[in-house]
Ligand binder design. Structure first.
Ligand SMILES: Nc1ncnc2c1ncn2[C@@H]1O[C@H](COP(=O)(O)OP(=O)(O)OP(=O)(O)O)[C@@H](O)[C@H]1O
Length: 419
């Protein structure tokens, strides 16, 4: 039977050129999605830290530090939390303002204070004010309007490493020294590592590190949920254009439990680029091949892959060559251990090398996986027993083939010299 074509899609695609995308803006790093999968615990911890802002506003000045590697959702989670808390407070008649300042963009104390004033829509006089004067104006404004301010200082490590100690001191402690009855200023400090605070004087540190919330790198199943949320709920792509295999591949590549960095930003960027590549190839769907091509362009670890290959022993290289040659021969994305082993034996015997035993090869596969040189998966239903399925993290390119051949040749020459 002929496959039915959606007439609307057909007309639109003919006018606009075909695309897998539906709404590109939801893949933008600034976009705040409705859901934040796998950050529920952190949102709960933030709520516990700041609940007095709702229950007993002004009692104390609350401070929390958020720690996590890049792309672990620190910015998006605090922004979402801040906005929701502001809405809840406002509904209860508490005038709470959430302000998010990026210390990398607003690189000095003065620029930060200007940004805060602007977010509060507090007009400042044209004449150049000092930081102290600007702070005083902000402070008076909060008092006058009965406003509580929850201030997030994102990339706070940057501020610490570039600003004079007096400025850090001023920002963190001055408010305490004003000795006011109602505490209106509350902070979230975002840093990549807690050690970035270790250079600070104890008197400042004690004011910052009251409570620490960790944002661990995402595992592969968590990244899978984050990507699916952008696809299904945020509707980044047209329906049924992203194959499950492609999403699984991207999550596996970046998942911290599978040797990746656990960085959601990289995972989303890889998905977007895979879409662009699919469009450029006029493909109506995003396949695992598109995801691999995107990965080899985006993943900063690719050059590390090349370096790692250069350090491998002969039989690791032969195994990689076997996988790459299977990829070239067949259309499939993953190959069973049995097939890889068979190909490896053929290649070894062609080169006059004694192949390693099965148990040894299993160990090699395990190590190649740990080094991020292959990705593995367990076969699902439909195959007899559970078997390990193997794939390469990048498409087989001429460069990769040449690199493997050249390194294999070197090892063989070396072993001839030594024997
Ligand atoms: N749990 C999540 N659910 C949905 N999207 C997420 C989640 N975590 C991160 N993201 C997305 O991943 C990208 C990076 O997140 P974010 O900027 O918050 O990371 P970060 O920890 O602040 O990184 P950096 O330290 O580099 O600033 C953003 O596009 C963000 O929307």
């Amino acid at each position: 039977m002929k496959v039915l074509v959606d007439i609307k899609d057909l007309i639109e695609n003919t006018i606009e050129g075909s695309t897998v995308f539906n709404n590109l803006s939801v893949l933008n790093p600034e976009h705040i999605p409705a859901n934040l999968p796998h950050r529920e615990t952190q949102i709960k911890e933030l709520t516990v830290s700041f609940k007095d802002l709702i229950l007993n506003p002004g009692g104390t000045s609350i401070r929390t530090v958020i720690v996590g590697r890049t792309g672990t959702g620190k910015t998006v989670t605090t922004k979402k939390f801040g906005k929701e808390l502001q809405d809840i407070a406002n509904k209860k008649g508490i005038r709470l303002f959430y302000v998010h300042v990026n210390c990398h963009r607003q690189r000095t104390l003065y620029l930060m204070l200007m940004e805060i004033a602007q977010s509060l829509r507090l007009p400042l006089p044209n004449r150049g004010l000092s930081s102290q004067e600007t702070f005083k104006l902000i402070y008076d404004y909060l008092e006058r309007k009965n406003i509580h301010l929850l201030l997030t200082l994102d990339e706070f490590d940057y501020f610490i490493s570039t600003s004079p100690v007096e400025d850090i001191y001023f920002l963190v402690r001055i408010y305490d020294e004003l000795n006011v009855n109602v505490k209106r200023l509350h902070y979230i400090f975002i840093v990549r590592e807690l050690t970035s605070l270790s250079s600070l004087d104890k008197s400042i540190k004690d004011h910052i590190i009251k409570n620490v919330i960790e944002f661990p790198p995402y595992s592969s199943f968590q990244l899978y949920d984050i990507l699916q949320d952008r696809i299904v709920n945020e509707k980044a792509f047209k329906q049924n254009t992203v194959t499950d295999e492609a999403v699984k591949f991207i999550s596996d590549i970046h998942g911290a439990d599978k040797g990746g960095s656990g960085n959601a930003r990289l995972a989303i960027e890889t998905l977007e680029l895979a879409g662009r590549i699919a469009d450029a190839e006029s493909s109506p769907i995003i396949t695992i091949e598109h995801a691999k091509k995107a990965n080899s362009k985006i993943n900063p670890e690719i050059s590390i892959i090349t370096d790692t290959i250069r350090d491998l022993d002969l039989h690791y290289l032969l195994l990689l060559k076997a996988i790459s040659s299977l990829h070239k021969k067949y259309e499939e994305d993953f190959f069973s251990m049995g097939k890889v082993e068979e190909e490896y034996r053929n290649i070894s015997s062609l080169l006059g090398e004694e192949p390693r035993r099965h148990t040894q090869l299993f160990e090699y596969i395990r190590r190649l996986k740990l080094m991020g040189l292959i990705i593995t998966r367990h076969s699902g239903k439909g195959m007899r027993g559970r078997t390990t399925l193997i794939s390469l993290p990048v498409p087989v390119s001429v460069e990769l083939e040449n690199l493997l051949d050249q390194e294999i040749k070197r090892r063989l020459q070396k072993s001839q010299v030594n024997s």
